[in-house]
Design a binder for this molecule. Structure first.
Ligand SMILES: [Zn+2]
Length: 314
């Protein structure tokens, strides 16, 4: 039986990959010194080619002894049929991604939704182990949420629960590609922070964490953009608090790399909005930006027959 799996998280900005052993130890995480940029502008074929190259390199890194490959992608995913039905950021429409990678590697492949994977990672080996009611906000290129209520993952009537990024926070605000206006994602995603900073005259190409750092060191434009992101996020989290009464709110994804520059102002803003009850504790994910790849590894290990993850220490 193999002692390794390959896990890959295909994001809108980067492809993160790792070889993971049976105890949850990561080898060659992020493959190269930085995660591989997703060639999203090249469309679906370019992204698939890059993904195949990353998987092949990881399988080779593992010496070919791999039990399964776990892939996670954003958008609408049919896990049963192994298809990436719709990922706007990646150009995927009805792509049979599982079978494409399985054909190239001759390995068992599991395809899952990235945010669902992050939720499984948090409650299996991350920040919410044993927590019955929580909201996980995964803030990267987009924003998505995982809701757990009374120990159950909330999917909704049509599977669309958790679309945190499209909560309208500013009526009449910025147009969102989803067709609404003033969506949280237009202000507080890592991509939105970078875009809004550049549009306001700031340097182009900085990460949200770098802009947060500038905000803390006196860059007024960065300060304004960051504050607007924090306020928008706090409004959405206050809404979720009133509706769900979570025991904990966990912030994950690329934006959480900003660390306390994100956490402290969000906590303060939430206290400012929620006046008649204690707001729930807001924490940074222990898994941070790698929750998706950890989830991909868990799915891969399950596909390889492993069910016990009690020894994982992340
Ligand atoms: Zn929207």
């Amino acid at each position: 039986m193999s002692d390794r799996v390959v896990a890959v998280d295909v994001g809108g900005t980067t492809i993160k990959g790792a070889v993971v052993d049976r105890c949850g130890r990561f080898e060659s995480e992020c493959l190269r010194s930085t995660p591989t940029p997703t060639p999203a502008s090249g469309g679906s074929d370019a992204v698939i080619a890059e993904l195949q190259a990353v998987v092949a390199e990881l399988v080779a890194t593992a010496g070919g002894d791999v039990g399964a490959v776990g892939l996670v992608v954003p958008g609408v995913v049919d896990a049963i049929r192994g298809r990436a039905e719709l990922s706007a950021n990646l150009g995927f429409r009805g792509v049979p991604l599982r079978d494409l990678v399985a054909a190239a590697t001759r390995l068992p492949v599991v395809l899952e939704h990235d945010v669902r994977a992050a939720g499984v990672a948090e409650r299996t080996v991350g920040s919410t182990v044993g927590v019955q009611d929580f909201l996980l906000a995964v803030i990267g290129t987009g924003i998505a949420g995982v809701v757990q209520a009374s120990g159950h993952h909330v999917t909704g009537a049509t599977g669309l629960a958790g679309e945190l990024g499209h909560i309208p926070v500013w009526p009449g605000g910025e147009h969102c590609p989803c067709g609404q206006r003033g969506c949280l994602e237009r202000y507080a995603s890592a991509a939105a922070v970078a875009r809004r900073y550049a549009q306001a005259g700031g340097e182009v190409g900085l990460s949200a964490a770098e802009i947060a750092e500038r905000a803390g060191s006196g860059d007024a434009t960065a300060g304004r953009v960051w504050q607007e992101a924090v306020e928008a996020l706090a409004i959405a989290l206050a809404t979720c608090t009133m509706l769900l009464d979570p025991a904990m709110i966990v912030l994950a994804g690329g934006l959480s790399n900003a660390g306390h520059a994100l956490l402290e102002p969000v906590r303060q803003a939430l206290v400012g909005l929620v006046r008649w009850r204690e707001p729930p504790p807001v924490e940074l994910s222990r898994l941070g930006g790698r929750a998706g790849v950890v989830g991909a590894a868990l799915f891969a290990w399950q596909a390889a027959g492993e069910q016990d993850f009690g020894s994982w220490r992340l």
